[in-house]
Each structure stands twice: as C-alpha cells, then as structure tokens.
Design a protein around this ligand. Structure first.
Ligand code: AMP
Ligand code: MG
Length: 496
C-alpha cells in the first residue's frame, strides 16, 4: 500500500515547565488524545495580562506558530492532552455519563497565583462527545473569553481565559457558523459531576482517590479541621458549600445569570465555570430567564441560589460513601443556608455603602429591590448612579430611572437617614462595589458581529474595559449605556 509519510508537526516550546497531577490519578479518570487541528487559525483575542501572570511569552503566542498552538493545530511541548470523564444532572434529571466532549486538559504550569491548569475548549471530538462534533462556535467562544475576564475584573471567582482563536472551518448549529477554540485557565476544572460519576457506578476507590486529590491540592485545611470529628470528606463538602454560597451571593449581587447550572457545570473550587447562555441583567427582573432553552425557568435569576443548594445536595449524595453517614452529610451542607444569606446581605450592604450591619438593613435592601423590579429599572445603571449621587452628584440621574418617583423619594429618605457618617467616603466605596461596565448581551453581540467580519477590535476593546469595570474609562462611555431596544430580542440558547 502506498502511503505518504508526513513529518509530524514540530512541537512548540512555550518555555514553561508542565506538570500533570490530574493525569497521575490514572486512566479511570480520562482518555488521552491529541486535539484535532483546525485549518488556517487566526487570533481573535489574547489576554496579555494573564499571559504575563502565567509567564507565557505573549509575543510568541501571537505569532503564526503560537496561534496554531493555541488552536490545537500544532502540539505544545510538555503537554499531555486528555479528556476527563464526568457525569451529571442536567435540568434536574440524571443524565448519566457526560465528560469533556470538546475540552482537553493540557497540564498545569506554575504562576504567582499557584499552579494553573490550561485547557482547550472546542478542540475536537473526544470519547465523551456523544452526538456532538467536539467544536465550539466563534460567537460562544468570544462570549466565554470575555465573560471569564469580566467576572475576574469584578472580583468574582471564575475560570480564566487566555485566548480565543478562530478558523473558517464550518460548524453546523442552527445555521452554519465557524469554529473557535478558547484556552481556559483554572487551578482545577474538577466539577461536582466528576464525583457523581464514580459514585453512580459504585467506584468507591476512584471516588476516594479523587476526593483526596482535591483535598490535598485545594483544601488541605480539611485534613486538620476539628469539624466533623476529623472527617476530611465532610469538611470538604462543607468548604465547597461555603465557597458556592459566597459565589452565588456575588452572582446575585452583580445581577449575573448563569443559565445552565447543571451539576456538571459546578466547580469544586466554587468558581464560575462553563459560560454558555449567561446574561448580566439589563432591567431588574427577579424572574428573568436568560437561557432560551430553559423552558420551565429552572435557572431563572432568582432561582439560582436554590439550584446551587440542590446541586450541592447532589454532591453530598456522591460523597456519602466517603463521609459515612447521612446525618454528617446533611450537617456539612447546612453551612450553605447560613453563608448564602449572610454573604448576600454583606454584598448588598456594600452596594449601598453601608460599612456596618444594622437592624432594618434587610428592609432597606428589599425595599429598593422591589422598586427596581416594579419599575423594571436597569440594574447596573441604578447602582452606579446611586453611587455617584452618594459621592456628591445630583439625585436626578438616579431618581429619573423610576416611574414611581414618590416611592423612590420615600426610600431615599430612609436610606439617607441610615447613611450616617462620611457620605463622600461611602460614595467612593460604592463606586468600587458597583461596576460601571458589565458584559451585556448586546455588547458581546456587537463584538461578535465585527469578529465575523475579521475585525477583532470590539473584542479587544471590551476585554480592556471589562478587566477594570469599576474605572470610568471615559473614552468607552458608550459601553456603559442602556441596552438598545433590539437587546431584548437577543435569544441565547444552549447552542454553542
Ligand atoms: P454544556 O451544557 O455546554 O456544559 O455541555 C454538556 C455536555 O455536553 C458536556 O459533556 C460537554 O462536553 C458536551 N458538549 C457540549 N457541546 C458539545 C459539542 N459540540 N461536542 C461535543 N460535546 C459537547
Ligand atoms: Mg459544561
């Protein structure tokens, strides 16, 4: 048989040392395979700041060879690409085995913030792709790239994004789109679903090894805690519950809807992960459903905190064989119910510029949220204008947001009475708690439209502004305005 022997593509050396602690867990947890190359890749966005933090040579990443490496079209020396296996509950229903259907873990490198794993998303089929093509489209990849960094800029725990690269290779969704790859960065990509996977199969040894891995690397304090009689797995469940509670408080406070809070999209580190049909609220609507595929509103904005608890319950069930008994498992989950309301109140108090907690704060908070909902006031703009008013600006810009001005005036009087002390200082603190810029759907959409025409300026502009969303950025004022009318017609679904 004649065959053309092609030289294997030369591996690119990024000059960093790779380690493979997840791979060392053994083959029960993953399948090793290389990414599937995409033709003629191009750079859509590069996160220079993150590259610097990781000690990666940004100029090399920008080169033709670097872009191929970031797309999975040329091997990276020292990496050991693998797709991990997990299961999960999707929309409240047990979905069985899922896994990295389009993601590949490359390994981990050191950074000032500790070891960081790098992962491709959209790099081709894996044994866990099921019916999927292993690809991600340009639009959803740009959204994930920008939102990761927007969340980080807001101080909300999240996986990060190093780059997004594209290729004109067609990808079929509702229409034919084009392919893209995001390089994601996180201390760990382990999800609740990883534990559900081994628990559902009765693989207690694999379950234990994974739990030990997560505890040793990310929650070493769970080994020495006196809580739960020294039961490290119960302590782990409690720690994850607390981090998840703190995360949800931040989501709610900033008006972030995740859209697909399935257990396989829940991070064991309490990070925001898997940006799909997410949305930052425009007008405040507690019942807002951001995911067009979510017909019952399971993941509506105001349901997110309960869903997170439901998901933690699933994690608790998965960890039950390690924890030992139901009573301890339930006790470990309890912390969610105290930490979430405490954290949420603290976040909202910060938004109001209240440095200490006092009786009546909850009424004040609920009072304004009800008015925002009734008058469908723009959430981000309200908080920013209120901050400016407290910092010394006029009241009209915030008052004019309301239809029922009398009700707002009454609330403002109560609030002003409560806001004793240095108003200017409170206002300045509020400007650090209430962002001017969030990644609204229409902003992402406009950047995506330009990117489809190979103009990546919109992506770069949004990245720069969203990395410091509390700053004024006067040259980018347009990104802080009200959404246009067409924004409410944008339909974002699970299709990505
Ligand atoms: P998601 O809802 O996006 O978190 O994805 C749920 C599951 O479907 C995960 O196991 C993904 O890896 C997988 N998946 C999603 N899209 C694709 C795709 N285009 N190809 C292969 N697997 C996919
Ligand atoms: Mg997912």
């Amino acid at each position: 048989m004649d065959s053309v022997i092609e030289a294997p593509p030369r591996a690119i050396d990024l000059g960093v040392r790779w380690r493979h602690t997840f791979a060392e867990l053994g083959p029960s947890y993953y399948t090793e395979l290389p990414p599937s190359p995409l033709p003629a890749p191009y750079l859509v966005g590069l996160n220079w700041r993150l590259a610097a933090q990781l000690g990666l040579p940004a100029d090399m990443l920008e080169s033709e060879e670097g872009v191929r490496a970031l797309t999975g079209s040329q091997p990276i020396a020292g990496t050991r690409p693998l797709a991990s296996v997990y299961s999960g509950h999707q929309f409240g229903v047990w979905a069985g085995q899922l896994g990295d259907g389009r993601a590949l873990l490359l390994g981990e490198i050191d950074s000032a913030a500790g070891p960081q794993e790098l992962q491709f998303k959209g790099s081709g089929r894996t044994p866990y792709s099921r019916m999927g093509d292993g690809r991600a489209v340009l639009r959803s990849s740009i959204r994930e790239f920008l939102c990761s960094e927007a969340m980080h800029g807001l101080g909300i725990p999240t996986t990060r994004a190093l780059s997004v690269t594209g290729s004109d290779a067609p990808v079929r969704r509702e229409t034919v789109e084009t392919a893209a790859v995001v390089v994601r960065v996180s201390p760990s990509f382990v999800r609740f679903g990883h534990f559900e996977h081994f628990a559902s199969r009765g693989q207690d040894e694999e379950l234990r090894r994974l739990a030990d891995y997560v505890v040793d690397r990310h929650y070493p304090e769970c080994r020495s805690t006196g809580r739960f009689g020294g039961n490290a797995y119960a302590a782990l469940l409690e720690a994850v519950s607390e981090r998840t509670a703190a995360l949800l408080a931040q989501w709610q406070a900033v008006g972030f809807c995740h859209g697909v809070m399935n257990t396989d999209n829940m991070s064991m580190l309490g990070l925001s992960i898997d940006y799909g049909p997410f949305q930052f609220l425009d007008a405040f609507d507690p019942n807002h459903i951001c995911n067009h595929s979510d017909e019952t509103g399971r993941y509506a904005y105001n349901r997110q905190p309960n869903v997170a608890y439901w998901n933690l319950f699933g994690l608790g069930q998965a960890l039950l064989p390690l924890i030992g008994d139901e009573e301890t498992t339930l006790a470990a989950l309890e912390s969610y119910k105290t930490v979430f309301p405490r954290e949420l109140e603290a976040r909202l108090r910060a938004k109001l510029g209240l440095a200490d907690a006092r009786e009546g704060d909850r009424t004040l908070i609920e009072g304004i949220l009800q008015q925002l909902a009734k008058d469908r006031v723009d959430y981000t703009i309200f908080w920013r204008r209120l901050s400016q008013h407290v910092a010394g600006g006029a009241v009209e810009p915030v008052r004019d947001l309301f239809l029922d001005r009398a009700a707002f005036d009454a609330w403002l009087l109560d609030y002003s009475t409560r806001l004793t002390g240095d108003r200017q200082a409170a206002g300045l603190a509020m400007l650090r708690a209430n962002p001017k810029y969030v990644l609204r759907n229409h902003l992402a959409e406009l950047a995506i439209r330009r990117a489809r025409q190979k103009d990546f300026g919109g992506v770069a502009e949004l990245l720069a502004v969203l990395q410091s969303p509390f700053d004024e950025h006067p040259a980018h004022e347009a990104l802080a305005g009200f959404p246009p009318d067409w924004a409410s017609h944008i339909e974002i679904s699970c299709s990505s």
